[in-house]
Design a protein. Structure first.
Length: 484
């Protein structure tokens, strides 16, 4: 708050005598408080506020003013015009109600404070000057705070709507319809959520949707890639440190948990978290407090925890790589996203959505797919799930054909994944700009033959034998081809 700014007042008062009393009361503070305008009835007050809503900070109004508008009604009208305006009501008497009830009805209507006039025979001041002036200063402070909050929320609010539109979960399958309903419900709670599903099924997307549908949506969403932070830095990243906590800590660093306070923390690839950090995380979840390096007292944080993995966390627990107690803490509300191949009706829908979306983005006409091309997409297994489909559509658009044929799909799939193989089309190596080099063709041929042999055999040893390769060579070549 700007301590030197003049507080501008609109006074709604119909009696000359009372106007002077207000002026007298605040006269000693005329450096800070100024009566900008005086009007004598509610109607002119509203008209004035509608025209010059930023001209005033505080409204001081008589409860019984000419024009007969009830005080509470006028208060509501003023609040409708600008929620941040603060209203102080002055009144001579307490109209058939107890003081308490009267105050209650004014405050409920939205008034900041009310003052009773002193008996009329006290000429000079009608109000207890300290109370009256103090309430003006307090009201001003509140007004500034609300203004700030409205401004920052308005900014973020637009963002939230934008984010929710860009992060829509597309699909028409029963599973996705249920998933969207589940997210709406889960968003209302504060309990930890564990999101599982294969790579590219939309785990991060679901996390976004939980956060931006919850009451925490105006606060931070902090994604943390547990596999992406070097082990020795994890704790300082998560919990932060104070200046001087260790040599080299020349500035304090807030941890991600502090940044996410009141918001949502998304722990992605949670099994990658080293066991030592798992202990610390567990403690934070239990106590709701973080221990910051170089600080004696703990810091309270209020965060919602979402976590995700494409591994089977149960197995990680059994193998001793993940703490069981932490697993139960995180897995309060489980969400599983089924792979794309188990909800085939989404394939056509998503393809159509992505085609339209990206065609619009790059300003190209939306191509059509032949029926064979479409059924090829539906038949395909999509090991990379929605991410793979999204990439494929972008690639198809890049080719710029008006009609998309199975050939082009086969080609695009071949590039989107090392295991990509077209079922209908054995040797379609043609590319958008001519033909493959001999080396590339050999690689693809080798890949397809490797996949074929592996699908017909029960073990790597058997496959290597059929291919006539020594096991080390067989494994090396598998690796080169991107096969496990
Ligand atoms: N149902 C869907 N509707 C629209 N877009 C989707 C959908 N599912 C996934 N996507 C998109 O696919 C891509 C992959 O999704 P996301 O990153 O959420 O997957 P993930 O499960 O976190 O994958 P990984 O395990 O590899 O991290 C993103 O671009 C995402 O927007
Ligand atoms: Mg992810």
């Amino acid at each position: 708050m700007d301590k030197n700014k003049t507080i501008k007042i609109l006074l709604i008062e119909d009696e000359e005598f009372d106007v002077r009393r207000v002026e007298n009361t605040i006269a000693p503070f005329k450096q800070r408080i100024k009566i900008s305008e005086v009007v004598s009835d509610g109607k002119s007050a509203i008209e004035l506020l509608e025209k010059k809503r930023n001209e005033f900070d505080i409204i001081i109004m008589d409860y019984q003013i000419a024009g007969g508008i009830r005080g509470e009604y006028l208060i509501k009208k003023i609040k409708d015009i600008d929620l941040s305006l603060q209203i102080i009501v002055i009144t001579k008497m307490t109209i058939n109600l107890t003081d308490y009830e009267f105050a209650q009805s004014l405050i409920t209507a939205g008034a900041f404070w009310y003052c009773t006039k002193y008996p009329v025979d006290i000429e000079e001041y009608i109000y207890q000057p300290t109370d009256f002036v103090l309430s003006i200063f307090n009201a001003y402070e509140k007004k500034e705070l609300i203004k700030e909050r409205i401004n920052s929320k308005a900014k973020i609010k637009r963002n939230v709507e934008g984010i929710l539109t860009s992060k829509q979960i597309i699909g028409i399958s029963d599973q996705i319809v249920k998933l969207r309903e589940q997210i709406k419900k889960i968003a209302e709670s504060n309990a930890p959520v564990l999101i599982t599903g294969e790579s590219g099924t939309g785990k991060e997307l679901v996390a976004y949707n939980i956060h931006y549908n919850s009451h925490r949506k105006y606060e931070n969403f902090v994604p943390i890639n547990c596999g992406g932070i070097p082990e020795q830095l994890i704790e300082s990243e998560l919990f932060g440190y104070e200046k001087g906590a260790f040599t080299g800590a020349d500035k304090a660093k807030p941890g991600l948990f502090e940044i996410g306070d009141k918001g949502t923390i998304f722990l992605d690839e949670i099994p990658e978290l080293p066991l030592t950090s798992q202990v610390k995380l567990l403690r934070v979840l239990q106590d709701g407090e973080v221990e910051k390096l170089g600080r004696l007292d703990k810091i309270k944080v209020d965060v919602r925890i979402l976590s995700a993995t494409n591994k089977n966390l149960d197995e990680e627990v059994k193998a001793g790589r993940f703490r069981e107690d932490l697993f139960y803490r995180l897995n309060v509300l489980p969400i599983f996203i089924p792979p794309l191949r188990e909800r085939k009706e989404d394939i056509i829908f998503l393809t159509d959505y992505f085609l339209n979306h990206y065609a619009l983005d790059i300003g190209k006409p939306v191509p059509t797919l032949t029926e064979e091309a479409m059924s090829m997409l539906v038949d395909y297994d999509w090991p990379g799930n929605v991410r793979e489909l999204k990439n494929l559509v972008q690639r198809l658009l890049f080719y710029g054909e008006n009609v998309i044929t199975p050939d082009q799909i086969a080609n695009a799939i071949g590039k989107s994944t090392s295991s990509g193989i077209s079922k209908n089309d054995g040797l379609s190596f043609k590319t958008e700009n001519g033909f493959l080099t001999l080396k590339e063709m050999e690689k693809q041929l080798r890949l397809k033959y490797f996949q074929y042999i592996r699908s017909k055999t029960n073990s790597d040893a058997e496959a290597a034998k059929i291919l006539g390769l020594a096991p080390p060579n067989y494994y090396r070549m598998c690796k080169e081809l991107g096969l496990k």
